[in-house]
Design a protein around this ligand. Structure first.
Ligand code: ADP
Length: 497
């Protein structure tokens, strides 16, 4: 039975609009929370892809002027989601990427575009819609970061405000805009303080959320600790330390129906934890696609990644001579940074038959790589959660990961103790340097040469629970923990300006 109503506010939601892991989380949590008695409604911008997917839409509210144009709130279902779409053509009726114009630059009015989403969500939180009062608003990333800010400083009815949870999917994206935008954002000058949105003289969307939300989560426990340090706090560590008692990490899960090696139509051959035989055909298909030799002495590693500094692709490049000399192979699928792309192309030319790359984004190929490579290498400098190691665990592709963020929380390193106890699922290395990666690769090769050890790593990984069930239980408990708080007298005093 449903006993809690949550309004999830996000700028992208899988399968409607996706550029990253945020969309996966926002898309997966509603179904995972439903059996736990938590009814999630999802509120997002009415981009063209959203407007065309809505079925049986019902107009709930009209704004004559929402940040520069007419807008309406539409309720409907789309791809199984209970959706509230903010239809504001002047803000969202644009083709392509939700954040960038055709030249790849941020839309110049992004501050207004996402402030409007938060503004409207805060209105819904205050009881804008008859018969719908959320208990909790779950705001994702800076794009929804102004929800707690509008609840605190915005105009509106003086009803009981819902509790607020903000989830940080990547602290690198903070949403900072000039002080001069404050008025256009309909925020009063008293919001421009240390307690509010002021951030080094600018308006900080995420900063405001971190200051004012009842609870803050990140997508792994280790990342929740790391962002409280100077090195990894990206300027917000002081505030995060200040709010540490309200900050926690909840790991992401994956869609175990889409990522299921026993049923995956994108594989050349399917298999399960009891019988890994199908992996051979997948490995052969990968070698053909990446122009790799049909045999090798060492393991076939894969990398599936955005090509950026964060992902440590330069470390993978530095490891190639050792990897190839030891008889290993690499199949890399990625897109991004132009300099890294050309370095990778050159590396593939230097090591024909041993290093193959495909540049671009290719969902189907990423499944094949998970279904046939021996190991997946993830040398990230920081990683809020990471998904590819979770797919790797599920598919028996042994993860080799940097000891950081969600990578540290999801892979059990094959050290002596873990091997003896039979619980290891992969390899971790630290610090995140070429030397430490080289040392880890030596361990990888040693284990690979002992087929029974390697198989146990694969099977342990495939037996680990990477579904949304446990994370959903944590979110449900967190949401419930702030509902009495919301009703407490001091929270009932919502400041209406
Ligand atoms: P991030 O969100 O920082 O890019 P994650 O590991 O959390 O990193 O998620 C990346 C997602 O994008 C995974 O689902 C991964 O399989 C996918 N991905 C990344 N690069 C590619 C690519 N070139 N082709 C196909 N899928 C990719």
């Amino acid at each position: 039975m449903t006993d809690l109503r949550v309004l999830s506010v996000a700028s992208e939601v899988f399968p409607l609009v996706k550029t990253g892991g945020l969309a996966d989380v926002a898309g997966a949590l509603p179904a995972a929370l439903a059996p736990l008695g938590v009814a999630v409604r999802t509120m997002m911008p009415g981009y063209p892809a959203v407007m065309s997917a809505i079925e049986q839409g019902e107009d709930l509210h009209h704004w004559k002027d929402l940040f520069g144009g007419k807008a309406r709130l539409i309720a409907g279902t789309a791809k199984g989601l209970d959706l509230l779409a903010l239809d504001a053509p002047h803000l969202y009726d644009r083709p392509g990427n939700p954040y960038l114009d055709a030249t790849g630059k941020d839309w110049p009015d992004n501050a207004l575009r996402f402030a409007a989403l938060s503004f409207a969500a805060a209105d819904v939180g205050r009881g804008l819609i008859a018969g719908y009062q959320p208990d909790v608003i779950h705001a994702h990333d800076w794009q929804a970061g102004l929800v707690p800010v509008y609840l605190r400083y915005g105009h509106g009815k003086k009803t009981r405000a819902p509790g607020t949870v903000v989830t940080v999917h990547n602290l690198a994206y903070q949403g900072q805009f000039p002080h001069a935008t404050l008025e256009a954002l309909k925020l009063p000058s008293e919001s421009f303080t240390l307690e509010g949105v002021e951030y080094y003289g600018q308006v900080g969307f995420l900063k405001g959320a971190l200051s004012l939300a009842d609870r803050i989560t990140t997508v792994s426990p280790t990342y929740a600790q790391e962002i409280q340090t100077r090195e990894m706090g990206m300027g917000l560590d002081g505030l995060l330390r200040h709010r540490a008692q309200f900050l926690s990490g909840i790991l992401n899960g994956i869609d175990t129906a889409v990522w299921n090696p026993a049923k995956d139509p994108l594989l050349s051959a399917r298999y399960d934890g009891a019988k890994l035989g199908g992996r051979k055909a997948n490995k052969a298909a990968i070698r053909e696609r990446f122009n790799l030799a049909a045999e090798s002495d060492g393991p076939l590693l894969t990398v599936i990644s955005r090509l950026t500094w964060q992902k440590g692709i330069d470390l993978a490049l530095a490891a190639l001579p050792q990897l190839v000399a030891a008889g290993g192979q690499l199949a890399l699928l990625g897109s991004g940074d132009a300099a890294l792309q050309s370095e990778l192309t050159a590396a593939a030319a230097r090591h024909p038959g041993s290093v193959g790359i495909v540049l671009g984004y290719d969902e189907a190929l990423s499944h094949l790589l998970q279904g046939g490579a021996d190991a997946i290498l993830i040398p990230s400098r920081f990683e809020p959660c990471g998904l590819t190691q979770l797919y790797g665990l599920r598919y028996g592709t042994v993860p080799i990961v940097a000891h950081t963020g969600g990578l540290a929380d999801t892979v059990i390193d094959a050290n002596e103790a873990a091997l003896a106890a039979g619980v290891a699922t992969g390899f971790q290395f630290a610090p995140v340097t070429a030397e430490a990666l080289d040392a880890a690769l030596e361990r990888v090769f040693r284990c690979y040469r002992e087929p029974s050890v390697w198989k146990s790593l694969q099977k342990n990984g495939m037996a680990s629970d990477v579904s949304w069930q446990r994370p959903a239980e944590h979110y449900a408990a967190l949401f419930r923990s702030i509902v009495p708080h919301r009703a407490a007298p001091q929270r009932a005093k919502v400041k209406a300006v």
